[in-house]
Design a protein. Structure first.
Length: 300
């Protein structure tokens, strides 16, 4: 189970739902904990930052009275849902929200900023915004996943040849389980503390792909604690190339594949998009439902 930051106490908020894929913050905790455990670091000393300085340089440390929290040299890209097939690892991406599908016409449509000058005026910080055209009656968002080939075609606007997208149930499923809170001192159920939990079960050939700092793992494969209930998984260090779309001019599309945190809400500080798009300016965007996450550090 991968949780968000909402508090969970049996008897109070008795429904726990798993998020998949988990957030970068969750994976940051998984990887940092694995790094510390495999090196025999005392967690009580680590909580006070009283450990070898090389440990803090590698994965950072928690906040203390004298130091803010940081992640050191730890870098994370992902996590992405991935599938092992025919000796290779393939990423899967949730269908972007600007891609629509009509079950009647069996066609895709892509939302685009309107070419016509809008008949309304927008004030800062939304000056110069344009409405989105495309789709129409009968078109809806897709609750499916794209493989790498389909995602590449989408990025180039070649949606006519996308083909059939992958259903979520082909990659992972959710299952709900009821239970009673356990008193770990007596190993018995606690009265009146009922809960329901929604667990994720990836298929046997499906896992998480995370690009991390190269020196994080000493061994090429092994066990790793991940998910709730003290569960363990297996990791394998793989050489998977990063996906970097070719630079383009004119209009471009930015897709946020993991939850984004900007100092200005939906905008970076001072609405400066230069780290991502050079001199580009945001003119339209499509957002889904918000998710509540606890901000624990910075990830890339």
């Amino acid at each position: 189970m991968f949780r968000d930051s909402k508090p969970f106490s049996a008897g109070q908020n008795f429904v726990a739902r798993s998020m998949f894929p988990p957030t970068p913050q969750t994976m940051q905790g998984v990887l940092r904990t694995h790094y510390l455990e495999t090196r025999g670091v005392d967690f009580r000393a680590y909580a006070q930052r009283r450990v070898d300085s090389r440990i803090l340089e590698a994965v950072g440390g928690p906040a203390t009275n004298d130091h803010p929290a940081d992640i050191g040299a730890l870098q994370i890209d992902g996590p992405f849902v991935a599938k092992a097939a025919r000796g290779r690892i393939e990423r899967f991406y949730p269908a972007p929200l600007d891609l629509l599908w009509s079950s009647e016409s069996k066609r895709y449509a892509l939302l685009q900023p309107s070419e016509a000058q809008p008949d309304f005026y927008t004030e800062p910080p939304f000056e110069g915004w344009r409405p989105l055209d495309g789709g129409g009656a009968g078109y809806k968002e897709l609750d499916r996943w794209m493989d790498q080939r389909q995602f590449d075609r989408y990025l180039h606007g070649e949606i006519a040849g996308l083909g059939t997208l992958t259903e979520e149930s082909s990659l992972f499923t959710f299952e709900e389980r009821p239970g009673l809170s356990v008193d770990h001192r007596t190993r018995t159920n606690t009265k009146s503390l009922y809960y329901r939990a929604r667990f994720v079960r990836p298929h046997d050939d499906v896992g998480l792909l995370v690009h991390v700092s190269p020196d994080l793992f000493d061994a090429g494969h092994g066990p790793i604690a991940i998910g709730g209930e003290s569960r363990f998984g297996d990791y394998t260090v793989a050489d998977v190339p990063e996906i970097k779309p070719a630079a383009t001019k004119g209009r471009l599309r930015v897709i946020l594949l993991t939850p984004a945190y900007f100092s200005g809400g939906v905008f970076p500080r001072e609405r400066d998009w230069s780290p991502w798009v050079g001199g580009g300016r945001l003119v339209s965007y499509v957002v889904g439902r918000p998710q509540a996450h606890q901000r624990l550090g910075c990830c890339t």
